[in-house]
Design a binder for this molecule. Structure first.
Ligand code: SF4
Ligand code: SF4
Length: 482
C-alpha cells in the first residue's frame, strides 16, 4: 500500500500541501492513493504482456514450478522485466546525450534498440552491454556540458522553494534541458530590462558550472506551480509529469518546450511572455514558503581521491558511496535518502550524490560543509571546504562519480553505489552502468530479486537488492563476488 500519512519531510512542500487541500487541487500523492491497491504481480515484475497470448503471471507463493503460456519461469519474467527497463533507460540517456549536443553513434543506438520480440534472451550479456552503453552516454553528457559551460567548478547556489522571488520574473526550467538552451535563457535573462529569476526543478538540477537554484525534487514538482509565483515553465525531456501541464493550464501559467528555444528570437519571445505574466501578477498574493538553504555544488575533482586513499589507510574513512535515485510516493518524501546518508556518514563513508536524492540531501542541509551531524573525523579528513556529502548535479551528471571510481580502482578504498528509490528507467540504467564498471550497486527494487534463480539468470552483475545493505559493506562485497 502506498498510503503515507506524512507526505513530505520538506516544510516548504508541507506548506503547499495545505494550500492544495484548501483549494481542492489533487497532487501526485492523492493520485497515488487513489490507485491503491496496485497490482502485486506488476510490482514484483512477474507478469508479462509481451505477446497477445498474455498477459501471463506467476504466483510468487506457489510451491510447484509454474510456467507461462510460452514457458517462461518466474525468474525469466523478473529478469526480462529488469533488462527491458534498463534498455529503455540506456536509450533515454543516449537520447539526452544527443539532445545535449554530443555525438551518439548509429552503432550504439542500434545496440540498445534490439527488438523485444526476441523470446530467447541472454540476460547477463545484454545487461552488461546495456550498462556499458549507459556509461558511454553519461560520459558523452558530461563532455557536452563541459563544452557548453567550461570545466566544472565548485560553486554555491540555493535550494528549496524560497529561491523563488515574488518581486522578479520567475522562469522555471523543469526536466532534462540541453545546456545550450539553459545558457541562452541565462544570457537573455541577464540582458532583460526586467529582473528575471531563473531556477530549476528535477532534471535540470545545478551541476558543473551551471548554478541555477534548485526549487524541489520529483514528487513535489506540482508544489512549484502552487506558489502562484511562476511566470513561465520551460519543460525539457523526461521527468516532467503530465500533471504539471494540466496544473499549469488550470493556473494560467504559460508553458514552453525547451526544444522550441533553439533560436535567440524564440528565447526572447519566451522571456517576453514571462514578463507579461509577471505584470499581470502584480499586486496578487503569492505563496512562496520562506524556506531556502545554500546549495554547495561539486568539488570532487579537487583532491578527493588522494584524501580518500590517505584517510582510508589510517582507518578514518571506510570508503565512498554514490547515493542517488528518484524518490517514491511509498514513503515520506526525502526521509529514505536522508536516513541512509546519515547512517553512511556515521559509518565513515563519504557520500557523493546527484539527482532527486541529491536534492533531498541538499534540502536537509547535508551538502553544507558545516553540516553538524556529519562525522567530524570524516570531515577533517577531506580537502578544506569539501562537505562529507558532495552534490554533483542532476542524475545525468554522474560521470564524475565514475571518474572517482576509476581513480580509486587500484587502491583499496571501497566504492559502492546505492539507489534506494528508483522511479525512472534511466536511473536503473545508471545502476547498470555502475555495475558494468565494476562498482557494487544496491537498488531498491526488490521485485527484481524475487529468488536466487533470477539472480542466476542475470549473472553476478554487481547489482544487488537493497536488503544486502543490512549486512554492511563487507556483506555487499561478498554478495557481489558469489
Ligand atoms: S509470458 Fe509468453 S505467452 Fe505470456 S504474454 Fe509473455 S510472451 Fe506472451
Ligand atoms: S533522479 Fe529520477 S526523477 Fe529525478 S530527474 Fe533523475 S530520473 Fe528524473
Amino acid at each position: 500500500m502506498k498510503q503515507v500519512h506524512k507526505k513530505s519531510d520538506d516544510e516548504a512542500v508541507n506548506q503547499l500541501l495545505v494550500a492544495a487541500y484548501r483549494q481542492r487541487t489533487d497532487l501526485a500523492w492523492d493520485r497515488a492513493e487513489a490507485q491503491q491497491p496496485q497490482c502485486g504481480f506488476g510490482q514484483l515484475g512477474i507478469c508479462c504482456s509481451h505477446c497477445y497470448d498474455g498477459p501471463c503471471r506467476i504466483n510468487p507463493f506457489g510451491s510447484d514450478e509454474q510456467r507461462t503460456i510460452c514457458g517462461r519461469a518466474k525468474s525469466d519474467l523478473a529478469g526480462g522485466s529488469l533488462v527491458r527497463s534498463v534498455a529503455d533507460g540506456s536509450l533515454a540517456l543516449l537520447k539526452l546525450a544527443r539532445e545535449f549536443g554530443a555525438e551518439v553513434s548509429a552503432d550504439d543506438l542500434a545496440a540498445v534498440m534490439t527488438s523485444e520480440d526476441e523470446m530467447l534472451g541472454n540476460g547477463p550479456a545484454r545487461l552488461q552491454a546495456l550498462g556499458g552503453l549507459a556509461a558511454k552516454a553519461l560520459d558523452a553528457i558530461a563532455q557536452a556540458k563541459r563544452q557548453t559551460y567550461g570545466a566544472d567548478q565548485p560553486g554555491v547556489s540555493k535550494v528549496n522553494l524560497g529561491a523563488l522571488n515574488a518581486q522578479a520574473v520567475n522562469v522555471v526550467v523543469h526536466g532534462h534541458v540541453a545546456p545550450g538552451v539553459i545558457q541562452a535563457l541565462t544570457g537573455a535573462a541577464a540582458k532583460s530590462s526586467a529582473t528575471v529569476n531563473l531556477s530549476a526543478v528535477c532534471g535540470a538540477d545545478a551541476g558543473g558550472r551551471l548554478a541555477l537554484p534548485v526549487l524541489t525534487n520529483y514528487e513535489s514538482q506540482e508544489a512549484v506551480l502552487l506558489t502562484g509565483a511562476v511566470d513561465l515553465l520551460v519543460v525539457g525531456s523526461q521527468c516532467v509529469m503530465p500533471a504539471m501541464i494540466v496544473l499549469a493550464a488550470k493556473l494560467n501559467v504559460a508553458v514552453v518546450e525547451a526544444s522550441a528555444l533553439k533560436e535567440a528570437a524564440a528565447v526572447e519571445a519566451a522571456l517576453q511572455t514571462a514578463s507579461e505574466a509577471f505584470r499581470r501578477r502584480a499586486g496578487k498574493a503569492v505563496n512562496i514558503p520562506p524556506v531556502v538553504r545554500p546549495l554547495h555544488i561539486g568539488g570532487i575533482d579537487g583532491g578527493l581521491t588522494d584524501a580518500l586513499k590517505a584517510s582510508y589507510a589510517k582507518g578514518v574513512v571506510q570508503g565512498v558511496v554514490y547515493l542517488g535515485g528518484c524518490g517514491s510516493f511509498g514513503s515520506t518524501q526525502d526521509t529514505v535518502s536522508v536516513q541512509l546518508a546519515r547512517q553512511l556518514l556515521k559509518d565513515g563513508y563519504v557520500v557523493v550524490t546527484a539527482g532527486c536524492a541529491g536534492v533531498s540531501l541538499a534540502k536537509a542541509g547535508m551538502t553544507d560543509p558545516a553540516y553538524d551531524e556529519a562525522n567530524p573525523a570524516l570531515r577533517a579528513a577531506l580537502p578544506a571546504g569539501l562537505p562529507a556529502v558532495v552534490y554533483i548535479g542532476a542524475c545525468h551528471d554522474v560521470a564524475g562519480f565514475l571518474g572517482v571510481a576509476e581513480a580509486l580502482k587500484d587502491s583499496a578504498v571501497p566504492v559502492f553505489a546505492v539507489m534506494p528509490q528508483i522511479t525512472h528507467h534511466k536511473t536503473l540504467a545508471t545502476a547498470a552502468a555502475f555495475a558494468a564498471k565494476g562498482i557494487t550497486t544496491l537498488i531498491g527494487l526488490e521485485g527484481v530479486f524475487t529468488d536466487a534463480a533470477t539472480r542466476q539468470s542475470l549473472g553476478r552483475d554487481g547489482i544487488l537488492p537493497l536488503a544486502e545493505l543490512a549486512k554492511g559493506p563487507k556483506g555487499w562485497n561478498e554478495a557481489a563476488a558469489n
